[in-house]
Design a binder for this molecule. Structure first.
Ligand SMILES: [Zn+2]
Ligand SMILES: [Zn+2]
Ligand SMILES: [Zn+2]
Length: 252
């Protein structure tokens, strides 16, 4: 399985428009962070987790030739707004693309993208989607996706475990029942917005403590804000924990 970080930035992206701070002005390409999403490829299949407002540019950058499914963590703008752009794959592949979300997220996707789900939408050129509700572990072409319920402030959000890798973005707290599902990992990807605490996101200190508790072989942080540059941020992290960056690829 190959995992690609399509985006590793917080909701504004980095640089943040009109900000001239040190990180937003940094020449380091790893300080250019689009909105958070990952791509998983195995057995000729390609699955993305979330479709960010940067989805189109992310798949152009990665030269993604096909798309087999989209899995959603939650319906915040930085995780869903690129959904319309999956239509290029619908046109080329000639069919509907399955999307997976829990009931609350699916309800919001149907509201935000009402036109996509209208039976008699008067114009062509819209994506064809095949919605599936997540009600437990599901299988996509032989790979199991285990939903990992976490809290994003008050909002229930899903992370996902795929074999020995797990992606848990946008959380402030992980319940014990979900921590039990995060044992024995090779790769753990965690939200770590910045150093300072935030009401709805994990910060570096909290996510480092989780990595030490769960002991995956390697931990990567994502959903990173402009307060933390790549080089300096990485220098502060313990062995086995790193900041991810856009375009980073892992094989396992
Ligand atoms: Zn900035
Ligand atoms: Zn969110
Ligand atoms: Zn987010």
């Amino acid at each position: 399985m190959k995992l690609t970080f399509l985006g590793t930035g917080t909701s504004t992206g980095v640089p943040m428009p009109a900000c001239h701070c040190r990180v937003c002005s940094s020449p380091d390409p790893r300080d250019k962070r689009t909105r958070p999403s990952i791509l998983i490829e195995y057995d000729g299949r390609a699955v993305v987790i979330d479709t960010t407002p940067d989805f189109r540019n992310q798949v152009l950058r990665e030269r993604l030739e096909r798309l087999d499914a989209v899995v959603f963590t939650h319906a915040h703008v930085d995780h869903v707004m690129g959904l319309d752009d999956v239509r290029s794959y619908c046109f080329l592949q000639g069919g509907a693309i399955p999307i997976y979300a829990d009931a609350h997220t699916m309800e919001n996707i149907r509201r935000i993208f009402k036109y996509i789900f209208e039976a008699n939408y008067p114009a062509g050129g819209i994506p064809k989607l095949d919605p599936h509700l997540i009600e437990g572990t599901f299988d996509l072409w032989g790979q199991s996706f285990v939903p990992l319920p976490v809290k994003h402030g008050q909002l229930p959000v899903l992370g996902f475990r795929m074999g020995r890798a797990a992606y848990v973005t946008d959380f402030s707290a992980i319940p014990d029942s979900t921590l039990a599902l995060l044992e024995g990992l090779d790769v753990l990807i965690l939200d770590a917005l910045r150093q300072r605490p935030h009401p709805t996101h994990s910060n570096v200190e909290h996510s480092v403590a989780l990595a030490k508790q769960l002991k995956p072989k390697q931990t990567y942080f994502t959903h990173i804000a402009h307060e933390m540059g790549h080089e300096e941020g990485n220098a502060m992290l313990p062995p086995g924990v790193q900041l991810a960056y856009d375009g980073l690829k892992l094989e396992f």
